[in-house]
Ligand binder design. Structure first.
Ligand SMILES: [Zn+2]
Length: 86
């Protein structure tokens, strides 16, 4: 199984989903919808700042058992999100 990078998400730009870093998603596309590059479920970008800089993480708005980028809930079997952003 390919492990997708958890440091990117997808944003819709001019009608097309593009993969961007979480920093770009939060700063440049802060008002746009963000989706998971693996299951296409809606995600939010959370940021935490400490002495070493800002660490951003992606969280699914609705937990999804079919997404390996949600290790807390992943069932081991990949599937598309039941409510994907298209
Ligand atoms: Zn996902």
């Amino acid at each position: 199984m390919l492990a997708a990078a958890a440091d990117t998400c997808e944003v819709k730009s001019h009608g097309v989903w593009i993969a961007v870093s979480l920093d770009v998603a939060a700063i440049v596309y802060g008002r746009a919808a963000h989706r998971c590059p693996t299951c296409h479920g809606q995600v939010v970008i959370l940021g935490r700042t400490d002495a070493s800089g800002t660490i951003r993480v992606m969280r699914h708005q609705q937990p999804h058992r079919g997404c390996p980028l949600s290790p807390d809930t992943f069932s081991g079997r990949r599937s598309e999100h039941p409510q994907p952003l298209i």
